[in-house]
Structure formats: structure tokens, C-alpha cells
Design a protein around this ligand. Structure first.
Ligand SMILES: [Zn+2]
Length: 230
């Protein structure tokens, strides 16, 4: 089910208190319109009633698409700091729904599903686009690391994020988003061959890929924000 409930959002521009509709879960099988709204960026977005500024409260929801075999837990982009606790919580929720603590029937369904922790609206849209293109999201993150390496002065990782926004057989288009506002700062077109190279030469990338083993948060920033291990 996709249940909405009203929450108050204070406009950062004029201070007006707006009532916005927020949902704790999206069921894309029953509400394909919500999936479409996530893709076009209009989901849970509305204008301030007083000044017209666009308001979008950060995500905090679960997303289920049985037809596409996708289960995501989504939280706000700034939760990358201390993501480990959030990932634990996502794993427990997954385990109860479709994993080790679910009913045998649900567990069987869960075996063929992709479970992810996703941080921020641009990241959620990216997952939907990537999986629709049939991309391996671990390879996509490794591809981004290559893009970063090539840049003379990449935007700062704690204020920006690089997200896939579209793609085809020739190219993957990624865009730098400002974390706080989701504003697109700059788009980068990456030849699809750079992604294909990662898929075609798994041995060359095995060491890096191993760092995502068992992870729900498939996001290169986890390598940067990981808490120091004891
Ligand atoms: Zn306002």
C-alpha cells in the first residue's frame, strides 16, 4: 500500500508552514504513477503556498515493485554519515519482509529480489533508471570512481553527489547534484564502453567489487564515509 499522511514543512525562503503529504511506503505495482513521479522528480514535491518556492521533504520510505523484483529502503542523502547503522536497520527490515525472518513464501520471493538502501531522491531515481537499463549498480559505482579519478577537481563529496540521469547503448549521462537542494550543477556524459569494460574484465575489478560484498548501500561514497574499523 502507498499511504500518505500530512506533515508540516517550513519554507526555507519565507518561513511559511506548509502542510505536505508524505508517504512511508510506495507500492509501484499498485501505483505506477508514483514510480513515474519519482522518475520525473515531482514525487512529494510541492510549491510553498505563500511564496511558490519548491518544497521537497527528504525521503524516508520503503519502495516495493514486485513485478521488477525491487525492494528499497530510502532515507535522506545526508544520512551517508553513519550509514552503517542505517544499513543495519534496512537489513533487519528486509529480513522481516523477504529475508531470513520472513515467512517461507515471502522468503522464496525474496530470493530473486534486489534489496537496497538508497540515500536521497536523486539516488532513488538513479536506481530505477539503472535497473531499467539492465545495469549492474556495483559496476555503475565503480564506473563513477573512474570518472572521479579523471576529473581535475571533482566537486566535494560531502556537498555533492554524482547520479545517473539517463543512458543508452552509447553513453551514460550522469549529473552532479548539490546534496542539500538536489540542484543539478553539471552533467557528465560517460561513454558506455567505460561501464562495459568493467563488466567484461571482472578480474581487474574484483578487489574493488569485493568492498561492496553483502552491502545494501551500493554507493561509492560508502568507501569514503565508512567509520574507522576497530
Ligand atoms: Zn515560502
Amino acid at each position: 500500500m502507498s499511504i500518505f499522511h500530512p506533515v508540516q514543512a517550513i519554507c526555507g525562503q519565507c518561513g511559511h508552514t506548509n502542510e505536505v503529504q508524505r508517504t512511508a511506503s510506495v507500492n509501484a505495482d499498485r501505483r505506477p504513477d508514483l514510480r513515474a513521479a519519482i522518475l520525473d522528480g515531482s514525487f512529494q514535491q510541492q510549491d510553498c503556498a505563500q511564496c511558490g518556492t519548491v518544497l521537497r521533504i527528504p525521503p524516508h520510505l520503503t519502495y516495493l515493485d514486485m513485478a521488477r523484483k525491487q525492494w528499497f529502503m530510502i532515507d535522506s542523502a545526508d544520512r551517508i554519515n553513519g550509514f552503517e547503522a542505517l544499513e543495519d536497520s534496512a537489513r533487519q527490515t528486509w529480513d522481516r519482509a523477504f529475508g531470513s525472518r520472513a515467512t517461507p513464501h515471502a522468503r522464496r520471493m525474496g530470493e530473486s529480489m534486489t534489496s537496497r538502501l538508497v540515500l536521497g531522491w536523486p539516488a532513488l531515481r538513479e536506481k530505477l533508471i539503472a535497473f531499467e537499463l539492465g545495469l549492474d549498480d556495483v559496476a555503475l559505482e565503480m564506473c563513477k570512481l573512474g570518472v572521479l579519478r579523471d576529473m581535475d577537481s571533482p566537486p566535494l563529496a560531502d556537498q555533492t553527489e554524482l547520479r545517473l540521469v539517463q543512458g543508452n547503448a552509447q553513453a551514460l549521462v550522469m549529473a552532479w547534484h548539490e546534496l542539500a537542494t538536489e540542484r543539478v550543477l553539471e552533467a557528465v556524459e560517460v561513454p558506455r564502453s567505460r561501464y562495459d569494460e568493467i563488466i567484461d574484465h571482472p578480474d581487474d575489478w574484483a578487489e574493488l567489487r569485493a568492498q561492496f560484498d553483502g552491502a545494501l548501500l551500493i554507493d561509492w561514497r560508502r568507501l569514503m564515509f565508512a567509520s574507522a574499523q576497530a
